[in-house]
Ligand binder design. Structure first.
Ligand code: FAD
Length: 396
């Protein structure tokens, strides 16, 4: 529900800074597990949910969770099902394919506009009496006391404050919560730019998603409705500049040349945007009466489409570690959260980093090794099954 009262002196159980995908989801999961708690969400966007132009791939496990929350039913007609995944190295023999049926599921994942998902999460949060959503509120600073935290935020050009047992930083890659807590990040700049857009195709992808490693960089195509595909093309900054300046026919031609004709003919591109591809990792994700979740804690290369899915598992772990807690910000609750997350971070971040480094390199013998790896995946069923389970967001 939208906030009526924006200041309070009695400590709220939780203040979540950031009502984006991960912040809103965390609020919903926590409200479900702890109906006795008051959960405040601070979101700078003054009209409802955060605005997001991205199209994202949701792992099957994420969709299961949205189903449980009663959100998926309305979203499903607007989502594209990924029934098959084709991973290949252009001009090399290696490739691997995953089929949903072989793994006993209707889809390996789904593709959806992030804005639709944001709206659905925001609307679900509005229906929860215990979630107090502060629209147009920007977290500014925090001060720790022994048994609570003071949180200052700006709303309607006024500084306001809340006392809370636990502060959750879900305020994205440039997290102000992280800065205020003095948590440093380590960064890897992949010297690549992710060009995204919606490609219009002459024929439908029929449920196929493609990840193709090309000489200009990896290209991912994800199936959408109406013969469209979501494109993520990782290229060098120099090529990105040229591609972003190119007129539409020239861009489409260059993309087609790089990808080849496996997905048929490309005819147009809409909503072209670009993101620098970097890995930002908080040195740790907990502090006294505070935790970080989602992009505030880790921003991944979008190559493996795992960023949000990792954030979803942060939100689940947080709600599980606080489920039986009498004090949301106690050391044992916060430490339990971090214990649940650490190993998963290492696996996914290692996998994504390995993919970026291994598959953006055209040097033999690296190309031969990855071709062999892809062929191995294609022929060794247990390995393929494990890869599929990770892709679907289940623990391997
Ligand atoms: C090109 C691209 C493609 C991607 N594709 C995929 C994919 O296919 N699958 C996948 O799983 N992931 C994908 N990702 C990653 C995914 O988009 C992110 O992991 C996800 O958006 C993280 O959500 P978040 O809520 O942590 O952060 P964000 O989405 O950045 O949300 C942060 C929120 O905090 C708010 N905020 C900011 N500052 C403050 C403040 N001071 N006070 C309060 N609130 C504040 C913002 O308004 C926003 O609402 C992709 C990313 C990119 C760049």
């Amino acid at each position: 529900m939208d906030a009526q009262l924006t200041t309070s002196n009695s400590p709220a159980s939780l203040v979540i800074s950031g009502g984006g995908l991960v912040g809103a989801l965390a609020a919903l999961l926590l409200a479900q597990k702890r109906p006795d708690w008051q959960i405040h969400v601070l979101e700078p966007n003054s009209h409802g949910p955060a605005q997001d132009q991205r199209v994202i791939a949701l792992a099957a496990a994420t969709v299961e969770l949205l189903q449980q929350l009663g959100i998926w039913e309305d979203l499903a007609p607007q989502a594209g099902a990924i029934e098959h995944i084709h991973v290949s190295d252009r001009h090399q023999l290696g490739m691997t394919r995953l089929h949903a049926k072989q793994h006993g599921v209707p889809a390996l994942g789904y593709v959806i506009a992030a804005a639709l998902l944001n709206t659905a999460l925001y609307q679900a949060a509005q229906r929860q009496r215990t979630i107090i959503w502060h629209s147009g509120a920007r977290f500014v600073s925090t001060h720790a006391e022994r048994d609570h935290r003071l949180v200052c935020f700006e709303q309607h050009q006024q500084l306001q404050q809340l006392h809370t047992q636990l502060l959750v930083g879900a305020d994205g890659q440039r997290s102000e919560v992280r800065t205020q807590l003095g948590i440093r990040t380590t960064s890897t700049d992949y010297q690549q730019v992710g060009i995204v857009g919606i490609l219009q195709l002459q024929q439908s992808l029929n449920g196929w998603a493609y990840e193709r490693f090309t000489t200009s960089g990896p290209i991912a195509l994800l199936p959408m409705s109406d013969n469209r595909a979501s494109l993520v093309w990782s290229v060098s900054p120099k090529l990105a500049e040229q591609l972003l300046d190119a007129d539409e026919p020239s861009f489409v031609r260059q993309c087609q040349q790089a990808f080849g004709y496996r997905a048929g003919l490309f005819s147009a591109i809409e909503q072209r945007a670009h993101y620098p591809l970097q890995l930002h990792l908080a040195e740790h994700s907990m502090a006294h009466r505070a935790v970080l979740v989602g992009n505030a804690s880790h921003t991944l290369h979008p190559i493996a489409g795992q960023g949000f899915n990792l954030g979803v598992r942060d939100a689940i772990a947080l709600s599980e570690s606080l489920q039986g807690s009498s004090d949301a910000g106690s050391y044992s609750s916060v430490a339990a959260y971090w214990q649940l997350r650490e190993a998963d971070y290492r696996t996914i971040i290692g996998l994504t980093d390995g993919l970026v480094r291994g598959f953006s390199n055209q040097l033999w013998p690296l190309t031969s090794i990855r071709s062999l790896a892809l062929m191995g995946l294609d022929h060794i069923a247990p390995l393929r099954h494990q890869f599929a389970r990770q892709t679907m967001g289940f623990k391997a």
